[in-house]
Design a protein around this ligand. Structure first.
Ligand code: ASP
Length: 217
């Protein structure tokens, strides 16, 4: 597996986010001949998400090449992710990892222990429907994950830990479990309350902060 830096949108006075695309359903596209979903590269994702540019952050992207189904992710890919985050730690305000949902909880748990003394947000997200589909949950998940990764309160990141954001809820990464392959609401945290809910505002629980839109950068 190769790791490639794909693109950078720079807006120097804004929050800077490193976006790491590993694969999963979110980036898939239906093969018109066979009807089978196949992995696609980050360019496909970008073409389907003009909103990324509108967010107004400095977003750099690194992608796994080829993108991986999350059933193939394991200790080697966790190490690759840790290496990417450590090498770029001081250059970015936060990190967003796009990941297949099947093993997202395992990766989030591993990263939470591997990234010692983490002081910045590492938010994993993905989707149940590919980003090119009309009813995709991917856009909402991705945009809000980036907003959360960029959010600060008095200059401090609001959630400096490894989390999963999915279907309006921010969960502590190493407490999560995938519970559903059909519903958009696919993750639960049974032994720890959600860290935040995203509605019109993103409310942290307990109410440490409310991330207003547009986000306080
Ligand atoms: N099989 C996919 C994966 O985990 C499912 C998904 O992304 O939801 O990579």
């Amino acid at each position: 597996m190769q790791i490639m830096t794909v693109s950078t949108y720079t807006q120097s006075d804004k929050a800077s986010i490193l976006f790491i695309y590993t694969g999963g359903t979110i980036g898939m596209i239906e093969n018109p001949k066979t009807g089978v979903l196949e992995s696609f590269n980050f360019q496909h994702l970008k073409d389907n998400m003009p909103e990324l540019k509108k967010l107004g952050y400095s977003v750099s992207t690194i992608q796994f090449d080829p993108p991986m189904d999350s059933s193939e992710m394991g200790p080697n890919s966790w190490k690759d992710l840790v290496d990417i985050i450590s090498a770029n730690y001081h250059r970015y305000d936060g990190f967003v990892i796009l990941h297949g949902t099947d093993t997202m909880s395992y990766t989030a748990s591993a990263l939470s222990f591997m990234l010692e003394n983490l002081g910045k947000p590492v938010i994993l997200t993905g989707s149940q429907l590919p980003i090119g589909m009309l009813r995709t949950d991917g856009k909402e998940n991705l945009i809000t994950a980036i907003e959360i990764a960029a959010a600060k309160d008095n200059g401090q990141p609001i959630v400096p830990e490894v989390c999963i954001f999915f279907e309006n809820t921010l969960l502590r990464g190493n407490r999560t479990r995938k519970i559903n392959a059909d519903h958009f609401n696919a993750f639960r945290s049974y032994n720890y309350p959600p860290l935040a809910h995203a509605g019109i505002h993103i409310n942290t629980i307990p109410p440490r902060s409310i991330i207003q839109f547009p986000v306080n950068r």
